[in-house]
Each structure stands twice: as C-alpha cells, then as structure tokens.
Design a protein around this ligand. Structure first.
Ligand SMILES: [Zn+2]
Length: 314
C-alpha cells in the first residue's frame, strides 16, 4: 500500500515536470524526497523510477536521472562519449581495453568488482559503452562476413541472423553507458568451471549492486523473442530501467538508419528485441512498457530455421 502511494506520488511529480517542460523545472517539486531518504531533488535531475523494487544498496542519487541523459541523442549513442564528462574511461585494472561507462555505472561496477574479488571471483569488462557509429562499424563488418558465407539470400535474412547476437545500431543498450559485457563473449566460457563460478556469483550477487542480466535464457519470462541468452551482459538497472521507458517514448524506426542493411529495419518489429528483456529491467506500470508475452517459435526468429542458432564468427 505504501509503495502504491509512493508510486502514484512519483507519477504525479514526473507528470508535473513533463508538463513544465525540460529545463523549466524549479520550485515546489524541489523539496520532493523519496520516503526515508533525506536527499533533496537537484534541479537538473528528474525522478523517473518508482524505486520500490530497487535494492537498498542503491544510493539515493542513483534514483535521480540527469535530464540530459533522457534525450534521443544520448539514448541513441549519438553524443561524443569520448569527450563527454558523463562518461569515464575504465581503469586498466578492470579491463584490457580502452572503454568507457557512465560514471554512475562505473561507480557501481567498482563496488561489485571489489565484492567479487573478496569472494575469489575475477570480473573483467570486455565491452562497455558504444556510440551509434561504433555499433554501425561493428554491424557492417558482421554483414560483410555474412555476405561472404552466401548462406542467406535476402537482406532481411541477413539482418535477422546478425540480430541473434549483435544489436542493430540504435537499438543497442550499450549506447546508454549502463551495460557491461563481462569476462567472455563465448557462451562456452560459461560452461567451464571458472565461467560457471563467475556466473553463479553474478546471479547471486549482482542485483545488490544494481546489475541485472537483460538477456536471460530463452525460456525465462518475457524472453520469448529478441536476442539469445547472454550470460556476459549485465545492465545497471537504476539508470537503464528508466532509460528504456524514455527510449520507447523518443525513438522510432525512422531513427535507425545509416548502416548496411538499414533498408530491412521497416520490415522488423523492433520491439521484439527492445522489449524482450528480463522483466526486472522493466519499470512497473505506470512507468514501464507492456511486456512481450507470447510463445517462442524457432521458425519465427530464425530465417531460415536453424537449430541451434548459428553463431557468427567474432
Ligand atoms: Zn553486451
């Protein structure tokens, strides 16, 4: 009951802020504070999350989303992430590569990394924030490789095949700076003793630090469509859950252009990929999106039907 009252209160605040227009917010709603949290709402931030489902370890500032994160350009990875002070370069202590994350995500990851280390688990970030441009290059390279295989005759078949493991530019959650790929992109790694231990630790502990696996097993709730299972991919929920809501509001298929095979986008229902994530990453009504809930048929996703899904050589 208390949660419900709080959710309604937040909804009222958000609606009021929206009505006031971005940038013009000031005054009375400023004193709005989450229950039990004595932190005023900074003027450049907006409460988007009902927070009722967030773990206690999530800090109050993480419930306040900087307004400029909630723009189409930002959510499409079209900001200059290398120059943007919202992003930080990840220390080589945590990754062998030159990668960036939103600073809030990074801070939470470091907390998780330290806890894992104390339990004898080593976490290594192998992919993090990606711009639209970077994802386009990645996508084009996959397309080129697939063309050489000559197994797929139509462009739409190629797109669907690549989409099994690689996101279209513009629908990648990696644009947001909230996503990390850990340890290995090979499903087989997670069948090794080390991989199994790492995954078990993440399943048990990651949520305490705000991280959830978006692409769980295809038999899990809400996962009948979309990307295949990715045990390496973890999402920082305090930001990514509200980002998804805003993304759905702002981005349409018209925005998904500028790469090889973009002519196929209109033939896809992009929501089959965007919405089909772990329900824990979807905010509850009235903030959330309707879930995709229908039986999975292999033939529907794979063209031509192959079983098990073909993995595209990295
Ligand atoms: Zn990923």
């Amino acid at each position: 009951m208390r949660n419900r009252v709080w959710m309604i209160a937040v909804w009222v605040v958000v609606t009021t802020l929206d009505a006031a227009g971005i940038g013009s917010y000031r005054g009375d709603a400023k004193s709005e504070t989450p229950p039990g949290r004595n932190v005023p709402l900074p003027a450049d931030r907006v409460v988007v999350d009902g927070h009722a489902n967030l773990p206690d370890s999530v800090q109050p500032y993480e419930m306040f989303i900087p307004r400029r994160y909630l723009t189409k350009e930002f959510l499409l990875g079209k900001v200059e992430q290398a120059e943007d002070t919202a992003f930080v370069e990840i220390s080589r202590r945590y990754t062998p590569y030159k990668l960036r994350l939103l600073k809030e995500t990074y801070r939470a990851f470091i907390r998780m990394y330290e806890a894992a280390r104390q339990d004898g688990i080593e976490l290594k970030i192998i992919s993090a924030a990606r711009t639209y441009q970077a994802q386009s290059l990645h996508w084009n390279a996959k397309w080129k490789r697939l063309e050489k295989q000559e197994a797929f005759t139509s462009d739409l078949e190629k797109t669907r095949q690549i989409l099994l493991y690689c996101s279209l530019p513009g629908i990648s959650r990696h644009h947001w700076g909230t996503e990390i790929d850990l340890n290995s992109l090979e499903p087989s790694y997670f069948d090794t003793p080390t991989g199994e231990k790492v995954y078990a630790w993440l399943q048990q502990n990651a949520a305490q630090y705000g991280f959830y696996q978006p692409y769980t097993s295809r038999t899990s709730p809400n996962r009948a469509t979309g990307f295949c299972e990715e045990k390496w991919h973890w999402s920082y929920r305090p930001l990514s859950a509200p980002f998804l809501v805003k993304y759905k509001e702002l981005v349409t298929s018209d925005d998904i252009i500028g790469f090889t095979g973009d002519n196929t986008v209109k033939a896809l229902d992009l929501d089959e990929w965007i919405d089909a994530v772990n329900p824990r990453l979807i905010l509850p009504f009235p903030y959330g999106i309707p879930r995709v809930e229908r039986p999975f048929s292999a033939g529907e996703l794979l063209l031509p039907a192959v079983s098990p899904p073909k993995r595209i050589a990295p």
